[in-house]
Ligand binder design. Structure first.
Ligand SMILES: Nc1ncnc2c1ncn2[C@@H]1O[C@H](COP(=O)(O)OP(=O)(O)OP(=O)(O)O)[C@@H](O)[C@H]1O
Ligand SMILES: [Mg+2]
Length: 365
């Protein structure tokens, strides 16, 4: 059993650098949990405390129901892959893979079997006799992953292990890690600031900001119901459009006013907004919820002026300004063409719109 429980965990470096600020998190046995957040938010520090490589300032850390605050890293039976994977330079790839197993006195035949299996899984069979300096960055990263995988620990802790891979290899390794997780059923804590990794790999994602946990949940739940403007603006790319707006109309909740642009609010969504009648709000609409043709369900049109059209191949990202000057991004069909300065009508899918408190950024629901 390797559920990992963090209760009131805080890490203060030196006198006053609060890297992790009183976080509670329960990672289930066998779960694939992703820690996601911008640079400096405390992801690596959290992972290092789980690994036992960083002293915990306060709080309680348990693994498999046992408090491990004072348990040596070597006795936690976790395999860690760092952002800067440090391979043993004087050993071959095979030697690197075997090292941890030899320390644990695993038998030679079993070591050979596991190395073969892991190398096959990662596509590094041909590299086993080379030394790390004879490998590309991406190959080194795979060897570092391999070194963790051969150990068969109770849980894996990954700190951006795919960051040095090119896009194609990264996509392949994402799939590979998901498969490995399914096959081994081990608990995985995976740190990344890549939202695609978070969305595709995590069974749940834990979004962090300034040392705190902002939201935890299955990726699609977090995508559909971001708890505040930070999460809304962080997950997915291009991120949600967050527009300064005002609630208005006869009852104060009938329409959302974006400067001179007024959009009707679907009746079934008005009740939740009752507490904010006539107030300033932040109106959120994802680029994928803007269309050039009216979508099914509640919608309204806005007139925009094209600023730029970014053709990405499979899709087009339109950047445009509304009357009043606020900018919006829209993800459109790959066939969309328009030149800068042109007028375009965009339809907002109002069933999928988001409303946030303008003051504290919290979702209103
Ligand atoms: N050894 C240290 N001494 C002092 N401050 C530190 C130390 N390590 C990290 N910090 C600080 O703690 C905070 C959290 O750092 P951490 O490395 O956990 O962030 P991160 O989320 O992993 O960021 P990144 O995505 O850039 O890797 C940062 O403000 C960082 O400057
Ligand atoms: Mg980090």
């Amino acid at each position: 059993m390797a559920q990992i429980t963090l209760e009131g965990i805080t890490k203060i470096y030196g006198q006053d650098v609060v890297a992790v600020d009183n976080i509670d998190l329960e990672i289930k046995d066998g779960e694939f949990m992703v820690l996601l957040g911008p640079s400096g938010c405390g992801k690596s520090t959290t992972l290092r405390m789980i690994a036992g490589l960083e002293e915990i300032t306060s709080g309680q850390m348990s693994i498999g129901g046992e408090v491990v605050n004072n348990v040596d890293p070597a006795d936690r039976d976790l395999a860690v892959v760092f952002q800067n994977y440090a391979l043993y330079p004087h050993m071959t790839v095979a030697g690197n893979l075997a090292f941890g197993l030899k320390l644990r006195k695993v038998e030679r035949d079993e070591i050979d079997r596991r190395i073969k299996q892991t190398a096959g899984m990662l596509g590094i069979e041909e590299l086993l006799a080379r030394r790390p300096k004879e490998l590309s960055g991406g190959q080194q990263q795979r060897v570092a992953l391999g070194r963790a995988l051969v150990r068969d620990p109770v849980a894996f802790l990954f700190d951006e292990p795919l960051s040095n891979l090119d896009a194609k290899l990264r996509a392949a390794m994402r799939t590979e890690l998901i498969k490995i997780h399914r096959e081994l059923g081990r608990t995985i804590v995976h740190v990344t600031h890549d939202q695609v990794e978070a969305m595709t790999m995590g069974e749940r994602i834990c979004v962090m900001r300034d040392g705190k946990i902002v939201q935890v949940g299955p990726p699609l739940d977090v995508y559909r119901n971001p708890i505040d403007t930070f999460v809304a603006g962080f997950l997915a790319s291009p991120p949600m459009n967050l527009l300064d707006a005002q609630l208005g109309g006869p009852n104060g909740v009938d329409e959302v006013e974006l400067g001179p642009v007024k959009l009707p609010i679907p009746p079934q969504r008005q009740a939740a907004l009752a507490g904010q009648k006539g107030s300033a709000i932040t109106f959120g609409v994802r680029p994928e919820d803007l269309y050039v043709e009216p979508p099914g369900g509640a919608h309204a049109a806005i007139d925009v002026t094209v600023i730029a059209v970014e053709a990405l191949g499979p899709e087009v990202v339109l950047v445009a300004s509304m009357a009043g000057g606020q900018e919006v991004s829209a993800r459109l069909n790959r066939d969309f063409v328009a030149s800068a300065g042109a007028s375009v009508q965009l339809y907002v899918d109002l069933d999928r719109a988001h409303f946030f408190d303008a003051q504290n950024g919290q979702a209103i629901s």
